[in-house]
Write a protein that binds this ligand. Structure first.
Ligand code: TXE
Length: 485
């Protein structure tokens, strides 16, 4: 196990060619629950990205030449290293991001372990296609793409970075990654763990810093052949605009404004429970959060009563307290954006059924980016609060009369990431799932993930799919070899 302080302080440097690399300037990394400074953060520039790309290029041939089994063994050792540091990494993630430490321990860090173990197994067991003709045999190989640029957001820092890094490494690529400047600490810790696990120098490089500086330099670097980006839709437009004319492989996982649809025949206890979890997990800062709940009118009053009661029971407070359900938002500017949407809802005549304020949480947390879990009712399904991504602990409730109306409302945003649907009618589950314009539908559950399945969205939620064989394909170049027999 490595000390928490030394892992946190490693973010003061970039990580290039297997060692800390100093930068001339620094940003600050603060705990959003207290406002306290944690560590200076390296402020990488285009020259740092260039140094990282050169290290990644130098390491590429040897890493790409290793067998899938050899690379999988190293991925497993990285997973072991993350697991051995679970408590330390959960504390780092919570202090850096604002999320409850219990959530980081239960979800974020175990999922990072699972990402490495899953993709180690996936490449060990992958089957490559062959197509026999009467007089020829085609077989398809997968070779590394080259240097991959991975850009990740602040909401699920280690979870999302490892979701990209594990398959990129497994397929023999080398990487230059940029975590969000708002929650970079677990990525810095991961670089140290990768080295301890035996990952060769230069295979995984990390450049910290701002999006328009380090991020833009990665997206626009001519020797980076693939970009996997998770972040806001507006940034995604910019990333695509730079990368697409350079013919880079591109995967964009952007925003969401996902509907939870509750039909009168649903198991109400489970539906309320699922809808609350979908709305408020990680303070609502997950692209998959169900932030619009559409409820069949005949059960609406009872659903609303139970939903609000359960939300009022969520314990908001110090993320370090193991009993906290809802922690701090990631930053004060983001908290202000969330509060701005609730002000807008007030102007639009919404009823605020609970929340709608900055809570007073007592000594030590006065400077924190907290916002009370908020339930809004009485807004149109086409209002701004019901269609724009708020990305915080704010949910809107809407009654509907018919299945057609529910589907139309669910599809009535620019986003198309996911939906969850609560019903005991199997035919309805099939019918409605087929009509929802999203990449993922959950029926009678939410955020149940099987890493073999495709993950990604339609419309303005992004382009491409990652997960299982979709990741193996994305992080490799397929080559068909046709042999005349
Ligand atoms: O994300 P950004 P922001 C949504 C959510 C949030 C909004 C804005 O609604 O309120 O987006 O969040 C890097 N070239 N999501 O502004 O800026 C940046 O440094 C290259 C949904 O904080 O998109 C960070 O590493 N990179 C989402 C990453 O992009 C650039 C998760 C994401 O930051 C760049 C986060 C540039 N020009 C926010 N500009 C989800 N899909 O889960 C910024 N970056």
């Amino acid at each position: 196990m490595t000390s928490q302080t030394s892992l946190m302080q490693s973010a003061a440097f970039n990580w290039i060619n297997g060692e800390p690399a100093p930068t001339q300037e620094h940003l600050e990394c603060r705990n959003p629950a207290t406002g306290r400074l944690i560590t200076p953060l390296a402020r990488g520039q285009a020259s740092d990205v260039d140094a990282a790309v050169r290290a990644a290029q130098a390491a590429g041939p040897a890493w790409g030449a290793r067998s899938f089994e050899e690379r999988a063994d190293i991925l497993d050792r990285i997973a072991d290293g993350i697991e051995a540091n679970l408590d330390v990494l959960a504390a780092i993630e919570s202090q850096d991001q604002g999320k409850p430490v219990s959530l980081a321990k239960r979800i974020d860090i175990p999922r990072a372990v699972a990402n490495f173990r899953f993709f180690a197994g996936a490449v060990r067991h992958q089957e490559l296609p062959s197509h026999r003709m009467a007089d020829a045999l085609n077989f398809t190989t997968r070779s590394p793409v080259g240097v991959c640029g991975l850009i990740t957001p602040w909401n699920l820092p280690l979870y999302l970075l490892t979701w990209k890094l594990a398959p990129a490494l497994a397929m023999g690529n080398t990487v230059v990654a940029k975590p969000s400047e708002l929650s970079p600490l677990s990525a810095a810790a991961l670089a140290v763990i990768c080295k301890q696990a035996g990952l060769p120098d230069g295979v995984f490089n990390l450049v910290h810093g701002l999006g328009p500086e380090a991020g833009q330099a990665i997206v626009g670097h001519p020797d980076i052949k693939l970009i996997s980006f998770t972040g806001g839709t507006a940034t995604g437009v910019h990333v695509a605009g730079t990368a697409a004319p350079m013919f880079k492989k591109l995967s964009l996982e952007l925003g969401g404004k996902n509907a939870t649809l509750v039909f009168a025949d649903a198991d109400l206890d489970k539906a309320v429970d699922g809808a609350v979890r979908a709305a408020f997990t990680n303070q609502g800062e997950i692209c998959l959060c169900g932030s619009r709940v559409l409820v069949e009118r005949s059960i609406y009053p009872e659903f609303e009563r139970r939903f609000v009661e359960q939300v009022k029971g969520l314990k908001m407070g110090d993320p370090a307290d193991p009993n906290t359900d809802v922690g701090a938002l990631n930053s004060l500017p983001h908290r202000d954006k969330v509060a701005g949407y609730v002000d807008l809802a007030r102007e639009e005549g919404a009823q605020i059924l609970c929340g709608g304020e900055v809570p007073e949480l007592g000594p030590g947390l006065e400077g924190g980016a907290f916002y009370a879990p908020t339930v809004l009712a009485g807004l149109s399904t086409s209002s701004r609060c019901a269609t724009e991504e708020i990305f915080g602990p704010v949910v809107t409730l809407h009654p509907f009369e018919t299945e057609e109306e529910a589907v139309e409302a669910a599809n009535g945003t620019r986003y198309g990431l996911s939906a969850s649907l609560w019903t005991t009618d199997l035919n309805r589950a099939h019918r409605v799932s087929a009509q929802l314009q999203v990449g993922m539908v959950w029926v009678n559950t939410w955020l149940k993930r099987d890493l073999r399945t495709p993950f990604g969205g339609t419309k303005d939620s992004g382009v491409g799919r990652e997960g299982g064989r979709w990741s193996l394909e994305f992080y490799s170049e397929s080559k068909n070899i046709c042999i005349q027999l």
